[in-house]
Design a binder for this molecule. Sequence first.
Ligand SMILES: CC(C)(COP(=O)(O)OP(=O)(O)OC[C@H]1O[C@@H](n2cnc3c(N)ncnc32)[C@H](O)[C@@H]1O)[C@@H](O)C(=O)NCCC(=O)NCCS
Ligand SMILES: Nc1ncnc2c1ncn2[C@@H]1O[C@H](COP(=O)(O)OP(=O)(O)OP(=O)(O)O)[C@@H](O)[C@H]1O
Length: 198
Amino acid sequence: MKKIGITGGIGSGKSVVCRLFQVLGVPVYDSDARAKWVMSHDEALRAELQTAFGAATFDAHGQLDRPYLARLAFHDPAQLARLNALVHPHVGHDFAEWAAKQAQAGHAYVLKEAALLYESGAYRQLDHIITVFAPQPIREARVLRRDPHRTAQDVQAIIGKQLSEEEKLQRADFVVYNDDQQLLIPQVLRLNGAFVNL
Ligand SMILES: CC(C)(COP(=O)(O)OP(=O)(O)OC[C@H]1O[C@@H](n2cnc3c(N)ncnc32)[C@H](O)[C@@H]1O)[C@@H](O)C(=O)NCCC(=O)NCCS
Ligand SMILES: Nc1ncnc2c1ncn2[C@@H]1O[C@H](COP(=O)(O)OP(=O)(O)OP(=O)(O)O)[C@@H](O)[C@H]1O
């Protein structure tokens, strides 16, 4: 079973493209969602996060305070590096377990969706990488529509923490253009046809 990564900057449309693959029956691992899950449920990681970022990391109900962590991490490279170093290894193990189960179920390939496949080193666990590309002004407008709590500066700060689109395009094995010019479904169907025969 092939493990294929799918990445792209914030607002590029990774989740939308993954939903199309899911419609075709392809299992998709959502790294963002799983990162949040392990940060909330893994007791050792919770303790490490609290030590690193203080009592305010979890609210009075024990829930992860994401806006607090976002303020810390997306505006301070040292804090972000610390957060990544704590969380990414857990996501890597969680993905390996998940992928082993999918292999037993007989799937030809699975997708791992993550904003940070190259930055986190996760690409090393994968056979091929797809980059979803959209120009920055389109990405910013999409995120501001999707996340009303974020300002344009917030989105630009996050973009500044991610690898440039040029580098992602250069390193990718496959590209999906989600630039409001090219149709998505034919691109996904073409890739699916290629992946089942890899
Ligand atoms: C800092 C946190 C709590 C902020 O949560 P919040 O709900 O505000 O934002 P959300 O998770 O939806 O992220 C918004 C977008 O920011 C980008 N982003 C997320 N984490 C990172 C990161 N570590 N570095 C750069 N960009 C990131 C992604 O494009 C993401 O979709 C959260 O992003 C987090 O826990 N990040 C660390 C884990 C991680 O690296 N996840 C990404 C893939 S494994
Ligand atoms: N082709 C498109 N046409 C219209 N809206 C789109 C298109 N692609 C994505 N969107 C919208 O743009 C927003 C961002 O897309 P999506 O959440 O898939 O991005 P993402 O790459 O997963 O972002 P993030 O890194 O933040 O998780 C969503 O609200 C989505 O519905």
